[in-house]
Design a protein around this ligand. Sequence first.
Ligand code: URA
Length: 431
Amino acid sequence: MSEPFAAVDVIIAKRERRELDDAQIDWVLDAYTRGVVAEEQMAALAMAILLNGMSRREIARWTAAMVASGERMDWSALERRTTDKHSTGGVGDKITLPLAPLVAACGAAVPQLSGRGLGHTGGTLDKLESIPGWRATLSRQEMLDQLREVGAVVCAASADLAPADRRLYALRDVTGTVEAIPLIASSIMSKKIAEGTAALVLDVKVGSGAFMKDRDSAAELARTMVELGSDAGVRTVALLTDMDTPLGRTVGNALEVRESVEVLAGGGPGDVVELTLTLAREMLAAAGLDAARDPAEALRDGSAMDTWRRMVRAQGGDPDAPLPRARHTHTVLTPADGVLTRLDALAVGVAAWRLGAGRARKEDGVQPGAGVEIHLKPGETAVGGAPLLTLHTDEEDRFGPALQALAEAVVIAPEGSSPPLAPLVIDRISA
Ligand code: URA
């Protein structure tokens, strides 16, 4: 079959800062999926996009072409309205676990396709897989049944969901082209649009433990994704939230499940509860269900917990089974008296990863019990010699590298001299 374009002409056009037209974009992604555009040609095009950017029209068309490379799910047979959340990834970010059942308990359907973690930020599926028996892979019919009967499903995306993104993301990973905002935004949004949710709340993390280290680039990513969602007919809003310090008091798979269950039981750390409720209200409002129930009430009256237990059981998990625990622990003591003013998210994330909570290559497994328990959060009074962190791992020789990652993680200021804490929710961006 003769091809309407030559890949090299598309690459040169972007290299020369020209806008690609719709036909070029549709063709290049389709031809890449078919193997007609070679990996080295797509790598060159991704680099040209990283250096020269894309217009709003180009990004929207690029995203639509990635959606069209696979199936687009359709939940119109459901009686409930669909709404979902996506986080750009952070340390201790277990919010999906309490959030999905909470929003379902308030009357919406949450069809969340999720991923496993790579690097220092954990993946939602890795956390849920620490629950004995829980399985991530569901058929489309099982998803539909669970959405009807329980209202929330969190499971693995099938290979047919935006397959062009799957290949392109792996290529970007090894060609220094991950950080292009048009490519990140289209990658995330193509999967969420293909997932078929009608409404979407984006939690764009900013800070040391996040993909986006500064507020301006996080805001640009958020705006680009909100525009993409709106252009595709998905009601989308974004919150910029702090990721300079870990969320909650646990980092690591089973440890984070335990903390999420505490939140569902009406307790849990204040920052996790605050973000869960804020995102739940946004998800319900985006779905037009804000007048339904107050999510705080669904945490108090046990209905969110009840939905969680049914959601875990529906996927083969036992919500009453003891969670795995690591074989060894090591406690790090607070070095001085005063007030803790900094607990660096990236350092804690890398420590948890080195303890075995995360993977270095996508083929690796994770230790369900590994991670870091946080005894002291920023703003709290530090007492020299009291427990600061507890490290958990199955392999004792991992403590050394984890402790190295934590060497500069903590700042303690004299009592009374500490600056006020930064707010958790930094900004809100809507269409
Ligand atoms: N997550 C994605 O799914 N894609 C990116 O490009 C970056 C983060």
